[in-house]
Design a protein around this ligand. Structure first.
Ligand code: NAD
Length: 496
């Protein structure tokens, strides 16, 4: 059993906290570690350290900062399996899926190593006679990241590498449910050559987050997590005059057209609905069957029956346990409500468990047909291995349904028709759209662009939008006199 250290001013050390949060193995709920509720003094030292480090880090030329990211991506690749094992053991994710979690973070670090070209400003010569205008991009200062449990590698790596590559310093508050992985990421970042104070990591829950949100030296806040917490963080951060981007919950629909390839649709629905036990913000949780495609549901049920949840190192396992007993209880309550509200439960994973690990947070694949918009299983994010099937008559009905939903993280359409796909991509009010691609998470040279209740803010994660989020633009208008001929005072706003 290990106590998670803090990273403050380049040193990993145990906290002076007198309160700790238990970290448990989701497969059997045995205690595997403790995360400190960082003291107020320690949080102040972490922010102070980041503030001091900013004074020198912002002067480090962008190519040198990029080189730290190059070292870092190399170290992450070298330790890929080791990080994935740590991640599997604390989240329950299968090893293959944990490797994917780490890899999608490495891709962002590769992009951060490209920061120089992304930090170029604009120039225009002779905007008025003898006057040129050009802009530079400069870092903000100390930035804060608050991350969720479900991607303990990828989501911290969405944040601090881009912020730091842009010349900022960073304080990370990872999820208290799986902080081993972010701690390892931080160790490797120091090994990659990050100077002390450039990245600080503190732990805890809402008290620690609230202290950070109220700290006057924090300039920008990135958050990923649930809707109520995202709303609270966005409001508090912006009330405190900080820049904020808050990525929140989701309810992602996949629309199935009659001309789609049935085998591909069914396989994709299985992986994207129950993969990672449905604990992905881009999981497909609603399948919208258009016209006769609802006849495919019995075959989908048979495929889902073949998926066996299991331990992280069981190569046959399709996915692992839910993160906590509370998460399992929430999912089971929603399954029960689905039955009571009249949905047709064709596959019920409520009583599933793995032999020898009966105490774990297991839920088997679950499928509801005949789901309607008034039901709790449709309205709420379940965040479990539960697929809700809705039937509609036409593509127009499917688009209207998806657009009525308050979430807008991701959606997909399966079709062989370019015209149907084009109509869907154009009319759908969702930020990330897959065409015959079930989970359309963009690569980091684009940005992660959720909409509506899935995102509060304007500039999104990674890619060019992250550079804009983590920087200020300075625009310079310059004239160099070739002679000493006085022009007299200019009493107007015009340049001359
Ligand atoms: P969560 O909101 O419970 O916790 C996220 C972070 O906020 C944690 O670090 C936690 O310590 C902190 N926190 C929790 N309660 C707080 C409070 N009252 N005040 C201040 N801070 C608080 O989320 P989670 O359960 O860890 O993650 C799952 C959620 O994250 C799901 O809703 C999922 O959809 C969402 N998510 C969204 C995206 C996206 O990109 N939109 C990506 C991943 C996860």
């Amino acid at each position: 059993m290990k106590t998670i250290p803090l990273l403050i001013d380049g040193n990993f050390a145990n906290s002076d906290a007198n309160q700790f949060i238990n970290i448990t193995n989701p497969a059997n709920n045995e205690l595997i570690g403790k995360a400190p509720c960082t003291t107020e003094l320690e949080i102040d030292s972490a922010v102070d350290s980041a503030k001091r480090a900013f004074e020198s880090w912002k002067e480090v030329p962008a190519p040198e900062r990029a080189r730290v990211m190059m070292n870092y991506q190399m170290l992450l690749k070298k330790h890929h399996d080791e990080i994935a094992e740590i991640l599997s053991k604390e989240t329950g994710k299968t090893f293959a899926d944990a490797k994917g979690d780490v890899w999608r973070g490495i891709e962002v670090v590769e992009q951060a190593a490209n920061v120089c070209s992304m930090m170029m400003g604009e120039t225009a010569e002779n905007v008025a006679r003898g006057i040129d205008t050009y802009s530079y991009i400069q870092p903000l200062g100390v930035c804060l990241g608050i991350t969720p449990f479900n991607f303990p590698a990828m989501i911290p790596l969405w944040m601090f590498p881009m912020a730091i590559a842009c010349g900022n310093t960073f304080v990370l508050k990872p999820s208290e449910q799986d902080p081993f992985t972010p701690t390892r990421l931080a160790e490797l970042f120091i090994e990659a050559g990050a100077p002390k104070g450039v990245l600080n990591v503190v732990h805890g829950g809402k008290e620690q987050v609230n202290q950070l949100l109220n700290h006057q030296d924090i300039k920008a806040v990135s958050f990923v997590g649930s809707v109520p917490v995202g709303q609270h963080i966005y409001k508090t951060a912006t009330d405190n005059m900080k820049r904020a981007q808050c990525f929140a919950g989701a309810k992602n629909h996949s629309v199935i057209m009659p001309d789609a390839n049935k085998a591909q649709v069914l396989n994709n629905l299985v992986g994207s609905s129950v993969g990672a036990a449905g604990q992905r913000c881009m999981a497909i949780s609603v399948a919208v069957f258009v016209g006769t495609t609802q006849d495919w549901i019995p075959e989908l049920v048979e495929l889902l029956k073949e998926v066996k949840p299991g331990l992280w190192d069981d190569k046959e396992a399709g996915y692992g346990p839910l993160i906590s007993p509370e998460a399992k209880k929430r999912v089971l309550t929603l399954i029960q409500q689905g039955k009571e509200q009249g949905a047709n439960c064709l596959l019920d994973g409520s009583n599933f468990s793995v032999a020898g690990y009966e105490e774990g947070n297991w839920v088997g694949p679950t499928l509801f047909a005949d789901v309607t918009e008034d039901m709790a299983i449709y309205q709420q994010e379940i965040f479990g291995p539960v697929l809700c099937c809705v039937s509609v008559d036409t593509l127009e009905d499917a688009i209207a349904l998806v657009n009525r939903n308050p979430f807008g993280n991701g959606t997909s359409i399966f079709t062989a028709s370019g015209a149907a796909a084009r109509k869907y991509q154009h009319e759908i009010e969702v930020g990330q759209v897959g065409i015959n691609v079930p989970i359309p998470v963009p690569l980091p040279f684009f940005s992660f662009t959720g909409w509506k209740n899935s995102f509060y803010g304007d500039l999104h994660a990674y890619g060019k939008q992250a550079v804009r989020f983590y920087t200020e633009t300075k625009t310079i208008t310059a004239r160099w006199f070739e002679d000493d001929i006085p022009t007299g005072p200019n009493m107007t706003i015009n340049l001359r």
